[in-house]
Design a binder for this molecule. Structure first.
Ligand code: SAJ
Length: 418
């Protein structure tokens, strides 16, 4: 059996490598020539623990190779981006391009699985695109039990930073267009998945993935709303949550600077855009989480104005240190990071007065350096700054023996020094 993985990004490359590590021939396809060349050298173009080891081993043993043009295979796994365009409408153009690219190499009996997180109906749409793009058949059958190829949706659910382990251990939801399609997909995933492969239909599988991330978004929004309420009522939200969580049926998540990453802050919109009238709570949760960075920046401004009113310092004397710019703890990923957004907001207002402490990166992105932001050490930040803005609970910050007397002016969005 040969497997082809279309899209060699954060999901596709680890998936390809894990199948290849089971001694299956895997051909990875990507439009990015640089990614293809890097992988063929046994190296990786993305950051994910342990991925480099698996890719190096599988490429050198000949089980994994990459190319820019699709080749015939028995199963095709599609792991391309599904971002949203304006108005929060999902953009399925990468799925359409992938369908067009593989259509000419498909043969009877092949399996095509959509792994990308997708709005409800995307798998059905993909099978229509596949049918339309197949020149070899007079009556391409991609629907129903009579179909000559098998189509299914099996959403990825791995947590960045733990992808290699979770790809093997997590349960998988498999939604085929027909029960034959589901069974064929289960047989494939069983090659490397040790978790359970649970069968449903394609629409339910699509909605299951969106539901998982929306559930988390709504829960985090509840925590973020509590943090804003508690600030107004002069209550420590961290103490409040830990007390409430002592109830046997209460489990509140942690507030923070907002919700980042490319999944939890995106996927709920796929539900909202399809059912705007009905998805009220899901929509509001998105607005609460997206509003948190501006609220934090406002809180910092108030703190600065208090310092100016109670000391001899002027606005332009104030030095601000932002602790953490990654989208979550102990990673170097700055994409869709609320901590980065807050730092940018502050840097625009207080040009040349903002520094960053970020133990996971060596260089600041241009969006910050062009605003005069510099990268400094934790110790320097504490001695030089007038205001500390704690944005990410990195292990280095949690381990630091911070004393309240050391720095009075702190806006702590993660509650580790407050
Ligand atoms: N966050 C909080 N408070 C919390 C937990 C998280 O503010 O109590 C924030 C984080 O700081 C971060 C954001 O939420 O900014 C998201 O982080 P995360 O670690 O919860 O999730 P992701 O985005 O890294 O990965 C999620 C996972 N989904 C779920 O846990 C339901 C992962 O399993 C999915 O595969 C991934 O999205 C995806 O690709 O969809």
């Amino acid at each position: 059996e040969t497997i082809s993985v279309i899209g060699l990004g954060y999901i596709g490359l680890p998936t390809a490598a894990v199948f290849a590590s089971r001694k299956v021939n895997v051909v990875g396809v990507d439009v990015n020539q640089h990614a293809v060349d890097t992988i063929n050298k046994g190296e990786i173009h993305i950051v994910e623990p342990e991925l480099d080891i698996v890719v190096r081993a599988t490429v050198s043993e000949g089980y994994l190779k990459a190319t820019t043009t699709p080749e015939p295979a028995d199963a095709f796994l599609i792991a391309v981006p599904t971002p949203f365009k304006g108005d929060y409408e999902p953009d399925l153009s990468y799925i359409e391009s992938a369908s067009n690219a593989i259509a000419s190499v498909l043969k009877k009996g092949d399996l095509v699985v959509l792994e990308s997180t997708s709005p409800v109906g995307a798998t059905e749409q993909m099978s229509v695109w596949l049918a339309e793009a197949r020149p070899d058949l007079t009556f391409p059958q991609t629907h129903g039990e009579a179909s000559d190829i098998r189509v299914a949706h099996c959403p990825e659910r791995v947590l960045p930073g733990h992808v290699i382990r979770e790809l093997v251990e997590n349960d998988r939801v498999i939604g085929g267009m027909t029960s034959l399609c589901s069974q064929r997909a289960v047989d494939l995933y069983k090659i490397c998945v040790e978790g359970e492969c649970v069968i449903t239909n394609a629409r339910t599988a699509e909605m299951a993935k969106l539901t998982e991330n929306s559930s988390r978004d709504v829960s985090i929004a509840f925590a973020n709303e509590l943090s804003i309420i508690c600030d107004k009522l002069d209550i420590n939200v961290w103490e409040l949550i830990s007390l409430s969580n002592r109830h046997p049926r209460v489990n509140i998540l942690q507030p923070g600077p907002g919700v980042g990453g490319h999944c939890i802050a995106v996927d709920p919109w796929f539900i909202v855009s399809r059912t705007p009238e009905e998805a009220k709570l899901i929509h509001t949760a998105r607005l609460v989480n997206d509003g948190k960075p501006a609220w934090v920046a406002d809180k910092v401004e108030k703190t600065i104005s208090d310092i100016v009113h109670t000391t001899t310092k002027t606005m332009t004397d104030i030095k601000i240190a932002c602790f953490g710019v990654a989208f979550k703890p102990d990673i170097d990923d700055l994409r869709e990071s609320p901590a980065l957004d807050i730092t940018k907001l502050l840097a625009s207002k207080y040009m040349g007065q903002v520094s960053v402490v970020e133990p996971n990166i060596k260089e600041l992105p241009q969006s910050l350096s062009e605003k005069g932001v510099d990268l400094i050490s934790l110790d320097n930040a504490l001695t030089q700054s007038d205001v500390v803005v704690m944005l990410v609970d990195h292990k280095e910050f949690k381990a630091y023996p911070y004393k309240k007397t050391e720095m009075q002016n702190i806006v702590d969005t993660k509650g580790i020094w407050a």
